[in-house]
Design a protein around this ligand. Structure first.
Ligand SMILES: Nc1ncnc2c1ncn2[C@@H]1O[C@H](COP(=O)(O)OP(=O)(O)OP(=O)(O)O)[C@@H](O)[C@H]1O
Ligand SMILES: [Mg+2]
Length: 306
């Protein structure tokens, strides 16, 4: 397998007074899908553009496959495929012409361009006519075309800024599947506000807040760090009655109501089954289970704690 890697060391980027990135360090040394999340303005696009050598950092270093990224090292751009958050396509060209122009800009020799374009169209599964004018493509079609255009030169490191936003679930799955395929041999880093996509796709998640990297971990351990050993219960009858019952139970502590749910913690974890049995007899229990925060709650807690 080819040796690939992204190493970001103490990276800072200032736009005048705005400190968009503050001493961010990241090291990735094997193929896979890596997710970047964070509130609006956290610095995600800035970080992705610095890695893609489209922005020059104020401080710090970036190495791709061991080579230092610098404005002088233009060859390094060949290792990268960058899908921007918002991109002006050449609207008047046909999809096929657009791919040919992009192939030329990527330095692909003229005599192999047609083959490259054909291969990439097949790889991405572009199913609209190649003669269709870019201006008239739907959002999903444009995304597929853009994705095709940034992998024509077979980059090792693929950087996707919000590649799944604005798509319907079918197209999101379609693009996710292409990203998974690309990630078998390449490093794919992508940002998203769709937390469920980040959680299901990534082997590692990076959380940026206000320019700083606040979390770097895999989805399961973030989830287990955020999950305490509390339970929830919902009931058809007045939940105050259930709450009252739990508060009086000697095995229970910290009872609270969150919306339709009663949240509680057990002093003795081994009494969970016994307690459920008793509650099922006494009340019309609708659901019961471990109180796992949803992804939005996890995101908010991570950001608030930083
Ligand atoms: N070219 C620029 N000039 C001045 N400020 C900029 C520039 N680009 C980004 N910024 C600022 O840097 C900060 C980080 O912006 P960035 O676009 O990286 O955030 P983001 O995490 O991608 O946000 P979003 O989720 O909204 O896309 C923001 O305060 C933004 O206003
Ligand atoms: Mg952005």
């Amino acid at each position: 397998m080819k040796k690939i890697g992204v190493k970001v060391e103490a990276l800072s980027k200032n736009f005048d007074d705005v400190k968009a990135l503050k001493q961010v360090s990241i090291q990735i040394d094997k193929p896979g899908l890596y997710g970047l999340i964070g509130p609006n303005g956290a610095g995600k696009t800035t970080l992705l553009k610095c890695i893609s050598s489209l922005l020059v950092p104020s401080e710090g270093d970036i190495h791709l496959n061991g080579d230092r990224v610098s404005p002088k090292n233009l060859a390094i751009r060949n290792k990268i495929g960058f899908l921007p958050e918002d991109s002006g396509l050449y609207d008047r060209l046909s999809a096929k012409e657009f791919l040919h122009v992009m192939a030329g800009m990527s330095g692909i020799p003229k005599d192999v361009r047609s083959n490259k374009v054909r291969d990439v169209v097949e790889y991405i599964g572009i199913d609209f006519p190649p003669s269709k004018i870019v201006k008239y493509l739907s959002t999903g079609q444009r995304r597929l075309l853009l994705l095709a255009s940034i992998i024509l030169h077979e980059p090792d490191i693929i950087i996707l800024d919000e590649s799944l936003s604005g798509l319907d679930p079918i197209n999101r799955e379609r693009i996710s599947e292409i990203m998974r395929r690309l990630a078998k041999e390449n490093i794919v880093i992508f940002s998203s506000h769709i937390l469920s996509d980040i959680w299901r796709l990534c082997e590692k998640i990076y959380v940026l807040n206000d320019g700083s990297l606040i979390v770097e971990d895999n989805p399961d351990s973030i989830l287990s760090r955020m999950t305490d050993d509390s339970f929830f219960v919902t009931s058809k009858i007045n939940i105050e009655e259930v709450k009252d019952y739990l508060e009086k139970n000697k095995f229970v502590q910290e009872v609270s109501i969150q919306g339709e749910r009663i949240i509680f913690r057990l002093k003795d974890f081994s009494k969970a089954n016994q307690l459920v049995g008793e509650m099922l007899e006494k009340f019309e229990i609708v659901s019961f289970g471990p109180n796992i925060p949803d992804l939005d709650q996890i995101f908010t807690r991570l950001v608030d704690a930083s």
